[in-house]
Design a protein around this ligand. Structure first.
Ligand code: ADP
Length: 466
């Protein structure tokens, strides 16, 4: 019933006003109950009666006790007040209503008679619980006189009924009605932008990726802004998934077409001589190997993305690892007429996955060899400072332009398509995998390059993660 924000807001206003009204009503009620104005006539009556009795009983000590009783009874009949003569310890000597009304609570000594100007009513109760208003005077050193009347209930309730209840009901009713109307209006005012946003988000959820307009209160605008950002990311992610599928299909299509073509040539006899058969089998084998490499790369990336690639964390000698990589690629370097240089400064042991790091550095050096023209150089250097091992692989190749530098680590990105071809060509996954592997081991990889002057890849790995 109170599921919607609007109803809840409205209810909040309503409850708030009701609580405020009740508090005001209650404080008014208590004010009225304690208000001396309500009992002014009674207090006055008590005061005059007390004054009269005190004067008339001036010579009280000389009266015999029976006469005292008669006097107080007469005063009671004339003045319509209960008259008590009290001893100094608060006990009753005579009471005009002795036997006719329940006894009044005894006053505790020392008794303090009220002076003339005091018109605050005093309250006491009798044995039956009835509340009495009273006033205390002094006859002489030993005796006091108390006059009392029952608290006039009718007066209190009359005032409450005539003035208070009506007032509260009227103003309360008007205030509640106003609160109701204002509450509905304000609840609408606050909830409307959110409702509009809900409609907009539904639209986006059905695939209509348009930005939600930034309007309404600041919080709603911020929500809309965050939602728009999320939409952009979802769109980008969907696009990259589409690109990924397209790229994989494309990369698989080329070798498959070759394999199919050469297999067909063998089948229909076009390739029949030993040389052509040999050539067809070589192409089929190379393309199958290329597809195999591609699938392995994709599996590695998928495992890195899912966080399931089991990277070892064993102490390893980075210098030895780099030497191995250089030795392994030396024949390839000789073949392409590029010189490999290795320059190692003292390195401490680091913790990491030796095979995966070797894969990264092999890929970076291979790229250098692949893109550097004959006569050029590929340099591999390593140093260590402040708990970080830094491996730099630089070449004297063509370099990579500024806008391509930010993209070479993307999956399937190949900066210069014209260089593609040959059995050694990659699919643009090498640097993407290298980056993921280095990040997974807590390191970083950066590229610095000036077109025409070569490229420099800098890999940093923390050494204190042993
Ligand atoms: P590939 O398998 O195609 O080499 P990579 O991810 O290793 O894929 O590299 C992505 C692209 O970055 C390459 O296609 C190439 O254009 C560019 N690139 C990488 N290394 C170098 C380099 N040392 N010099 C020039 N271009 C490079």
């Amino acid at each position: 019933m109170f599921a919607s924000l609007r109803t809840r807001l409205w209810l909040t206003y309503f409850v708030l006003i009701a609580v405020i009204l009740s508090v005001i009503g209650l404080s008014l009620f208590f004010y009225l109950i304690r208000n001396p104005v309500l009992y002014r006539a009674n207090v006055e009556h008590l005061r005059i009666s007390l004054a009269a009795i005190t004067v008339r009983m001036d010579l009280f000590d000389t009266f015999p006790e029976r006469q005292v009783q008669r006097i107080v009874d007469r005063e009671d009949q004339v003045l319509k007040v209960r008259v008590q003569i009290l001893r100094a310890d608060g006990t009753v000597l005579v009471d005009s209503r002795q036997g006719n009304a329940p006894a009044l609570a005894q006053l505790q000594p020392p008794l303090k008679p009220q002076n003339e100007v005091q018109n605050q009513p005093l309250f006491t109760s009798d044995d039956s619980g009835t509340i009495w208003l009273y006033r205390l005077g002094q006859l002489n050193d030993q005796y006091f006189v108390r006059v009392a009347i029952p608290r006039p209930r009718a007066a209190l309730f009359g005032v409450l009924r005539d003035e208070f209840v009506l007032l509260v009901l009227r103003t309360g009713g008007i205030a509640l009605l106003l609160a109701l109307i204002l509450g509905i209006l304000m609840a609408r005012w606050i909830a409307a932008p959110l409702q509009r946003m809900a409609v907009e988000t539904h639209r986006v959820a059905t695939g209509n990726f348009q930005d939600i307009p930034l309007e309404g209160p600041r919080e709603v605008q911020e929500l809309a802004q965050a939602f728009n950002q999320m939409t952009h990311r979802v769109q980008a992610s969907q696009q990259s998934q589409r690109d990924f599928v397209a790229n994989v299909s494309h990369e698989l299509k080329t070798p498959l077409t070759s394999i199919q073509g050469f297999a067909q040539a063998i089948l229909d006899g076009t390739a029949s001589t030993p040389e052509t058969l040999q050539q067809a089998a070589t192409v089929i084998s190379n393309e199958a190997a290329r597809m195999y490499r591609l699938v392995l790369d994709l599996l590695t990336l998928a495992r890195l993305d899912a966080g399931t690639e089991n990277l070892q964390r064993e102490p390893l000698d980075l210098a030895a690892l780099l030497r191995e990589v250089t030795d392994k690629l030396a024949p390839q370097a000789r073949q392409s007429g590029v010189e490999i240089q290795l320059e190692l400064q003292p390195l401490s042991m680091i913790s990491g996955d030796a095979d995966r790091l070797a894969q990264v550095f092999t890929n970076l050096v291979e790229n250098g060899l692949k893109y550097t023209p004959a006569g050029g150089q590929v340099m591999l250097s390593a140093s260590q400072a402040n708990g970080v091992a830094e491996v730099v692989i630089s070449d004297t190749g063509p370099g990579i332009s500024a806008e391509e530098q930010s993209r070479v680590f993307e999956r399937f990105y190949q900066a210069d398509k014209s260089r593609r071809g040959g059995s050694g060509r990659g699919a643009g996954l090498g640097l993407a995998i290298a980056r993921e592997l280095i990040l997974a081991q807590g390191g970083t990889i950066e590229l610095f390059s000036v077109p025409g002057k070569g490229s420099k890849f800098v890999v940093k790995i923390p050494t204190d993660r042993l």
